[in-house]
Design a protein around this ligand. Structure first.
Ligand SMILES: Cc1ncc(COP(=O)(O)O)c(C=O)c1O
Length: 364
């Protein structure tokens, strides 16, 4: 065997969830009947016009994509009210996180983030060669910004603030985020991960983009994988100061955002009615699901996203596993908690049916 870095070799490869074909085969199901509510994807497919935009660029697949994402970048900059040079695209926001790690980490560094948090942060810290500093959430399952502030030391290279937080779906008010950013040393990079920004309707929440365009030590991450329904094409972006983004770009493989993804993202922009429709539909489905869970006596955490964190108690692992043969996949978390992505109405119905029979089974 060749020699591999021991910290990377110690990892288990990231499992996005079992492949649908695999689950279908194991349980004698049709893969089309499986309801996958594990990855917080948008259930309704891409925005109108996206499929046509993709088809139009496919014949040019023999050419490399535009390395600067020029057209997309200008369109998005106008929509966000920032400059073209304030945006850097990546193959999903996860790849931007990896580049942030490469650009900032190394021996003696550490990365601070809230926990439970987005599982990929653990990988990012490992890739970066940084020690993980996982700060427990508050009793209300939201980021403990004060404890995160205290966790920062001379070796901290990055703090990740996930707002709204995955997996709990909680938000931090804008003023708290601003105060946190102001309280940290200005040579410390604060990454505000806003993967679920587009779903939030609560007025206490605001994006950190205004901070990111002002301060070289703040970056905001966004993605087209969630409300825009483009998870399969891998495209996300960072917003920040040009002098900060250029450092990330040095750590980024060139031409990482393919032209299909660029065309799809372009076609998705400029559709505020569709965006608003999806946001309110998600909120209505969330309200319904949270109500249905409350009727079943399950504790839920008020979510501002397209997923719900809920407590199943001690039999959680068994309940989650027993839903699989019914063709419904959700994510079991630690300490009796689980996370379900809000699906279409039909998918949500299937989820509740499978949950009922698995809960009944766990009591027998
Ligand atoms: C908090 C958070 N950040 C980033 C991502 C990754 O998004 P992308 O598909 O753009 O890599 C996710 C996806 O689940 C997420 O939950």
């Amino acid at each position: 065997m060749p020699r591999f870095r021991s910290d990377i070799a110690a990892l288990h490869p990231y499992q996005v969830g079992r492949q649908l074909d695999d689950v279908a085969r194991a349980h004698g199901l049709d893969p089309r009947d499986i309801v996958k509510l594990t990855a917080n994807e948008g259930p309704d497919g891409p925005f109108p016009g996206v499929a046509e935009a993709i088809a139009a660029v496919v014949p040019r697949s023999n050419r490399y994509p535009d390395a600067d994402c020029w057209d997309l970048g200008h369109q998005l900059a106008e929509e966000l009210g920032v400059g073209f040079s304030n945006i850097l695209f990546g193959a999903g926001s996860v790849s931007l996180l990896a580049e942030i790690g490469i650009a900032t980490g190394g021996e003696g560094t550490n990365m601070v983030y809230g926990w439970p948090g987005f599982i990929m942060y653990r990988f990012v810290a490992a890739w970066a060669g940084s020690t993980r500093v996982e700060v427990p959430l508050t009793g209300e399952h939201s980021l403990d910004l004060e404890a995160m502030r205290f966790a920062i030391d001379g070796g901290t290279s990055v703090v990740i603030v996930c707002n709204p937080n995955n997996p709990t779906g909680t938000i931090k008010p804008a003023d708290d985020i601003d105060a946190f950013i102001e309280s940290v040393p200005d040579d410390l990079l604060v990454v505000v991960d806003e993967a679920y920004h587009e779903f939030v309707i609560d007025r206490r929440y605001r994006s950190a983009i205004p901070m990111a365009v002002e301060r070289p030590n703040v970056l905001v991450l966004r993605t087209f994988s969630k409300i825009y329904g483009l998870a399969g094409l891998r495209i996300g972006y960072a917003v920040g100061r040009p002098e900060t983004l250029i450092e990330l770009r040095k750590a980024q493989p060139p031409l990482t955002v393919n032209q299909v993804a660029q065309a799809a993202a372009r076609a998705s922009l400029g559709q505020p009615e569709e965006l608003a429709r999806r946001r309110s539909e998600n909120a209505a489905r969330r309200h319904h699901l949270m109500g249905a869970m409350a009727e079943r006596g399950l504790q839920t955490i008020e979510s501002h996203t397209n997923f719900i964190y809920f407590h199943l108690g001690e039999p959680a692992d068994r309940i989650v596993a027993d839903m699989t043969p019914e063709g419904v996949l959700i994510r079991g978390m630690s300490r009796g908690w689980a996370r379900v992505t809000i699906g279409t109405e039909r998918e949500n119905r299937r989820f509740l049916e499978a949950l009922d029979s698995a809960m009944l089974g766990s009591r027998l």
